[in-house]
Structures are given as C-alpha cells and as structure tokens.
Design a protein around this ligand. Structure first.
Ligand code: GLP
Length: 245
C-alpha cells in the first residue's frame, strides 16, 4: 500500500486528482470507478479545472459508480446521479452513455442489482476505483457486518450512516431513504487499482481501523489490506491516529 499524507483537504484533493489524471493520460479509454460523499468534491473540482485548461480529455473514459439510494432518481437533489452530474459529469466531456450507476428508480431490488451486476461484468474490471470511507469504516454502502463475498446488492443503511447523511435530506425537506444499492466488497476488490481519499479528524478512527486494524467484516474497508494495489491519500487530521497497534 502506498500512503500519501497531505497537509489539508486541498492538498489531499490535488494529490488524488493527480493520480486519477495520470490514469486517464496513460489509458484514455480507462474505466474509472467513482464515489460520492463530501470527500471527493475537491477531487472532481480539480479534475474539472485541468479539463478546462485542456490538460485532460474524458471523451473515451467510462465510469461506474459505487452506489445509489434505493428510490431516488436524478430529479432528487440527494440522489447520487444528481451529485455526479453536478460535480463531474456535466462539467467535462464525458459521454453520458459512458457513465453508469445503479438505477435507484427500479423498485425491485433483485432486478436493479442484476442489471448493474450484468453491466459491470460486461465492462470488465475498473482500472482505478476511487473510494471514500464512512466513519464506521464502510466503503460504498457496505456497512459493518457485510459479507465480503457480495457483488451488487441492496443494503439497509445503519443508524450511523443515516445520521451522517440525514442533514442533506432535512435541508431538502424529504425523507431519507433507508436502503441503497451498492457494489459489494467483491465487486470493489475487482478493480485493478484502488485509491482511497480521506480527510478530517472525524475519519481518524476509521483510517486507523481500516488500514492498521484486523481484517474483519466489522470494519468493511479493512479488506482493502488484502488488495495488492491500494493507494491511500489522506490529510494529516485523518491520519492522526494511524499507528500500528
Ligand atoms: C456515503 C457513501 C460512501 C462515502 C461515505 C463518506 O456513505 N456511500 O461512498 O465514502 O458516505 O462520505 P463523506 O465523504 O461525505 O464523509
């Protein structure tokens, strides 16, 4: 595992964006696995800036996102498809037919997951998967206790995750979904390279447990210790408790 410890959120974002842009330059038709949450916003802003300068071209890039709330589509500001359009897809020359997410509007979980699993299988392994970390060490929406051998599936969100994201829904005045469709751990581990971006003191426990604690389903991200190409880009605050026990 490579670890880059940066001064702050801005530096963390630039470093992670650098790694993604290197991937695009080396393989213009690469498959990028993308993530949502507050952490990647600075990364996407940086990629957009380099695109606007003419240094990056997304015309052949294919993207696959990790997850989507069950029940939400693009019309909801809290859906991940809305987030991705706002922060990246509509700001660069990605072709819309090359961007993929689980479809939260499909009410039948089995059907939604089969469709996204099928699509991922037909595309093949992502070249680079970007991940954030939940405060409880979750990746995608694979909550503590998740089975490592799962592909795309429907999950019940835990109280911790509901609490962390509730504020966005309150602001919009809509109830928060309690379930999501997510790539499973097995789907995530198929990526050739994994890039984990983390920032802020409230992630310090997660960083410690995920990267330096025992590999256990209680800390879903800890499985990343067994992947052979993981890069962690973290700021000092998120890395402040990262010592081997
Ligand atoms: C959600 C997403 C994850 C993300 C996590 C952390 O649960 N499903 O993919 O990593 O939030 O989000 P944030 O970056 O806002 O802390």
């Amino acid at each position: 595992m490579r670890i880059y410890v940066t001064k702050d959120y801005g530096e963390m974002s630039r470093r992670a964006a650098n790694i993604i842009s290197a991937q695009i330059i080396l393989k213009p038709d690469c498959i990028l696995g993308l993530a949502t949450g507050s952490t990647p916003i600075g990364i996407y802003d940086q990629l957009v800036e380099w695109y606007e300068k003419g240094d990056l071209d997304f015309s052949d890039v294919v993207t696959v996102n990790l997850d989507e709330y069950k029940g939400l589509g693009a019309e909801s500001e809290q859906s991940y498809i809305h987030y991705m359009r706002e922060h990246l897809f509509d700001r660069v020359n990605l072709k819309s037919e090359n961007t993929h997410m689980p479809d939260g509007r499909i009410a039948d979980s089995g059907e939604a997951c089969r469709a996204y699993n099928g699509l991922l299988a037909s595309l093949g392994a992502p070249d680079l998967q970007l991940l954030g970390l939940g405060r409880n060490g979750h990746i995608g929406f694979n909550e503590p206790g998740s089975v490592f051998e799962k592909d795309v599936h429907c999950v019940d969100l835990t109280p911790s995750t509901l609490a962390a994201n509730q504020r966005f829904f309150e602001a919009e005045g809509s109830p928060m979904p309690t379930q999501a469709y997510t790539m499973g751990i097995r789907s995530i581990l198929r990526a050739r390279k994994i890039l984990v971006a983390v920032s802020g003191a409230d992630k310090a426990d997660a960083v410690q447990k995920v990267f330096f604690g025992p590999v256990t389903p209680d800390v879903p991200g800890s499985i990343l210790q067994l992947h052979d190409d993981v890069t962690l880009v973290t700021d000092e605050a998120a890395y402040s408790k990262a010592e081997r026990p």
